[in-house]
Design a protein around this ligand. Structure first.
Ligand code: PEP
Ligand code: MG
Length: 887
């Protein structure tokens, strides 16, 4: 039978799968000799069993008994004993941090008797009754599903009766009254008495924590953060220490470095005479951690010492939760801290400079997603014509502009209508998650950098300004007021700067980020500041380590040039159909309407020089690097007018209809397909419309010859789309080779060109051995390969039902975004292996959207592709991930 319970002395930081992050790190700190209140962890495996079967696993109760016994012995107290009770906290803690998403119950073990014991022991009746009412409140809300507002309303009532607005003015008698009121609320709402048996409290709280894994907000958070749905959470049972035992007690959070910038220093918040949830909820305003030096020097010094120990031990920035109970410091949690993208790059380089990590590890510590965040535009440095409303804390960087909303529901509603919104709240709580996801940015008037809003926004990479205390937010009225009496209503546009904390009324223009300017070559690594220098360092290392090249998907000289500046080593996909739009649509229409060979030829002859010009530009921009040009792929109706519109036009015109419209209508009707993506497109077009592919190949060959004659070094690769059988490819290849030879002879210029194919149909993947006989390269078109493997229409299904599939956990992320390793990936592997077997050294790449997706890039590395190709803006991301995949 598996072991379901681990004492803190038994675990370690590497057991996160089993003990969750919190449990593993409490164990690690215990073993480091740091002051952790004794306790034990019930594993996530027990949770998974509970969620699957609805019952606790056999043997768990006995194991918990044994560990509780040991804990009671160690503490010299018994859980809930009337004269001197042991109290415990019951805390969730999954493998991946999900701040505030799951449940915690504190002060377990209190009841009508033990509250007196606690009062006597602490010599503080008020504290004991305050702790007791907190237990009933948390337990009622979490375990018994009672509406939390009822408790808050009761507190407000009592405060009103006492004529105060401050919790601190409430007396022991007030809390006694609240205990009675809370018990009544529980009885009325939950239909049962608040359980007074301490062990029953502990067991019910444990089950509630297990169940909170499937709370709506937890599900939403996991989807957002791509955390697997079936991990479950561990439960930590930890002996209580109290931050609310008077002014020599308190609770706080600390970072070993600034999570926003990465600077070393003292960062965190402290709250005197309070319990942990008061800080994270942002309910009361904290003081900066630095002030603790003045309040309690000995604890402050010890905390700094511990922070250094932890940073050296974890070799990373850590965040910490601690409590001081009557001058004694206790560590309640640590973990490698969440950080902004900029801080991640800076910290990785700083730790490398300090000799704590090597350069490979520095590259491992940053991600392509973080780099992508750094490439987002930011507010222009000179802001004119907009009014600055206030400055809050720069909690999570970025520039967000949108309409003000005050509730999550409204945020979701407007975002669904395509509006950009900023969620403005006094503070956020975990129920606001859907609104935070929907909003472009979050602004709060209360709470520090470690408040819920700040922590969650940072995790999501969402812009956040918090603790803008000058703002008076009135959610009910749907307004906030700023200094100077400015009132902002729902729907007004504001701009928030998560890097500076500035809040503006109106729309502030945005400008390129310095990281983009560095990639563009406008800013050198030396002149760009610490962040750019860090990015440069990591990128240089990633490039040196990468086994795969990164190319770009680009259809014009401008994009090609930008991609090259961003580090692309060629073009992996030039979609030629994009060159057939705009003014040229007319020529394509003529081609489609052509009555016979002559008319068709005339249309092709008109298109060819235009295509040649396009290719010359691209070859020039990518001089010396491979350029893969894909022959025309989409169904022809895409170049013709819409069937319905045209039918109406012709019908309305009656006898007077334009004859050309009539011919067009006839052609559109003829070409109409029920499933155009599976119809006449790709290589099929090339085989059905004589001369079309030939014209394109000639334009490529002539453009290459012209570039070479002009001293250039063009490297064309001609790519045939949507091949399913080698015979299709052979026919087109032979035609292409013939034309290449002709152009060589007519121009007297020899430009070698590869001819290859896309692998984007399951049949192509499965017969890749045969196809490789005729193909000099493969490029995996994983957009179509995903569509055809799953039988999902890539144009329709995402909107139609993917959100339901994500909800049900059928996939964790859309397979059009991240390559489905098991299905589509398997086909890629088969094709790569068989292709190589038939043609050793065959060049292999990918040009579907997955080429710029970090996880998919790692997959491509594992399969041993030669390159990935993605949109120009993603090129740096793919470079970084290609390097990280090789480390
Ligand atoms: C693909 O199918 O993956 C591909 C790159 O081609 P397109 O998206 O143009 O169909
Ligand atoms: Mg395709």
């Amino acid at each position: 039978m598996p072991k379901f319970v681990y004492d803190f002395t038994e675990g370690n930081k590497d057991l996160k799968d089993l003990l969750g992050g919190k449990g593993a790190n409490l164990a690690e700190m215990t073993n480091l000799g740091l002051p952790v209140p004794p306790g034990f962890t019930i594993t996530a495996e027990a949770c998974r069993h509970y969620l699957e079967h609805g019952t606790l696993p056999d043997g768990l109760a006995e194991e918990v008994n044994a560990h509780l016994d040991a804990l009671e012995k160690a503490m010299g107290k018994k859980l809930g004993r009337p004269d001197d009770p042991l109290l415990v906290s019951v805390r969730s803690g999954a493998k991946f941090s999900m701040p505030g998403m799951m449940e915690t119950v504190l002060n377990v073990g209190l009841n009508d008797e033990s509250v007196h014991g606690l009062a006597a022991q602490a010599g503080d009746e008020r504290f004991a009754w305050d702790s007791y009412r907190r237990l009933i409140q948390m337990f009622g809300k979490t375990v018994l599903d009672v509406d939390g507002d009822l408790f808050e309303d009761a507190i407000e009532d009592v405060k009103r009766a006492r004529g105060t607005e401050d919790d601190a003015d409430l007396t022991a008698d007030d809390f006694k009254e609240l205990v009675e009121r809370f018990k009544t609320i529980v009885r009325e709402q939950a239909g049962r008495e608040f359980p007074t048996d301490p062990r029953e409290q502990m067991d019910l709280a444990t089950e509630a924590v297990f169940e909170s894994w499937n709370a709506d907000r937890a599900i939403l958070y996991r989807r957002q953060e791509r955390i697997p749905v079936d991990l479950g959470t561990a439960v930590n049972i930890c002996s209580m220490v109290f931050g609310n035992m008077g002014m020599d007690s308190g609770t706080g959070v600390a970072f070993t470095r600034d999570p926003a910038s990465g600077q070393q220093g003292i960062y965190g918040d402290y709250l005197q005479n309070a319990q942990g949830e008061d800080v994270v909820a942002g309910i009361r305003n904290t003081v900066p951690l630095k002030d603790l030096e003045r309040i309690d020097k000995a604890s402050y010094d010890r905390l700094l010492e511990i922070m250094e120990t932890l940073e050296n031990h974890y070799r990373d920035m850590c965040d910490i939760e601690f409590t001081i109970e009557r001058g004694k410091l206790w560590m309640l949690q640590t973990r490698v801290g969440k950080r902004t993208a900029a801080a991640a790059f800076r910290i990785a380089c700083q730790l490398h400079d300090q000799g704590l990590i090597d350069v490979d590890e520095a590259a491992r510590r940053v991600t392509g997603d973080q780099l992508a965040q750094l490439m987002f535009p930011r507010f222009a440095s000179k802001v004119e014509g907009v009014r600055k409303l206030t400055k809050g804390m720069n909690a999570s960087p970025g520039a967000a502009v949108g309409k003000v909303v005050f509730t999550s529901e409204r945020a979701v509603e407007l975002a669904d209508q395509g509006e950009d919104v900023i969620l403005v709240r006094r503070e956020t709580n975990p129920d606001d998650l859907s609104g935070m996801v929907a909003a472009k940015g979050v602004l709060t008037s209360r709470g520090g950098k470690t408040s819920h809003a700040a922590v969650v926004a940072r995790g999501m990479g969402k812009t956040c300004v918090c603790g803008a205390e000058e703002l008076d937010v009135d959610v009910k009225a749907g307004t906030f007021t700023a200094p100077g009496g400015v009132t902002v209503n729902e729907g007004d546009v504001i701009s928030i700067d998560g890097s500076s904390g500035d809040v503006y009324l109106g729309e502030v223009p945005v400008e390129d980020s310095p990281v983009v300017r560095y990639f563009e070559g406008e800013l050198s690594a030396e002149d760009g500041g610490e962040l750019v220098a860090a990015v440069n360092r990591v990128m240089e290392h990633a490039d040196a380590r990468a086994a795969m090249a990164v190319r770009a998907n680009a259809d014009n000289a401008g994009d090609a040039a930008r991609a090259r500046r961003f580090g692309a080593k060629g073009i992996g996909l030039c979609r030629t159909e994009h060159m057939f739009l705009g003014d040229r649509r007319q020529l394509v229409e003529e081609l489609i309407l052509a009555d016979g060979g002559e008319e068709r030829q005339a249309a092709l002859d008109a298109l060819e020089p235009l295509q040649k010009q396009d290719f010359e530009g691209i070859f020039e921009a990518m001089d010396g690097l491979p350029v893969t040009i894909r022959l025309i792929d989409p169904p022809l109706h895409e170049f013709l007018p819409d069937l319905t519109e045209l039918s109406v036009r012709v019908a309305l015109a009656g006898d007077g209809a334009d004859p050309k419209d009539r011919r067009l209508l006839e052609a559109v009707t003829r070409l109409h397909e029920q499933n155009p993506m599976l119809g006449l497109r790709g290589v099929r077009l090339g085989l059905v419309i004589p001369g079309l592919f030939g014209m394109q190949v000639r334009a490529i060959a002539e453009a290459a010859a012209a570039r070479k004659a002009a001293g250039g070094d063009p490297r064309p690769e001609i790519m045939i789309p949507l091949v399913g059988a080698v015979q299709e490819l052979e026919a087109v290849r032979d035609e292409a080779r013939g034309i290449l030879d002709e152009v060589r002879e007519s121009t007297g210029v020899d430009v070698p060109a590869l001819v290859g194919t896309m692998i984007e149909l399951p049949r192509a993947a499965l017969t890749a051995g045969q196809i490789a006989e005729a193909a000099e390269f493969f490029s995996f078109g994983t957009n179509d390969l995903t569509q055809t493997t799953w039988g999902f229409s890539r144009d329709d299904v995402e909107a139609a039902f993917f959100s339901r599939y994500l909800e049900l956990g059928i996939f964790g992320v859309s397979p059009f975004e991240t390559l489905d390793r098991e299905g589509v990936g398997r086909l890629v592997r088969i094709a790569a292996e068989e292709g190589r077997k038939a043609r050793p050294g065959i060049k292999l790449g990918i040009c579907g959207e997955h080429g710029g997706d970090p996880d998919s890039v790692h997959f491509c590395h594992e399969v041993g592709l030669d390159y990935v190709s993605c949109s120009p803006f993603r090129v740096p991301v793919a470079r970084l991930e290609a390097g990280r995949a090789a480390i």
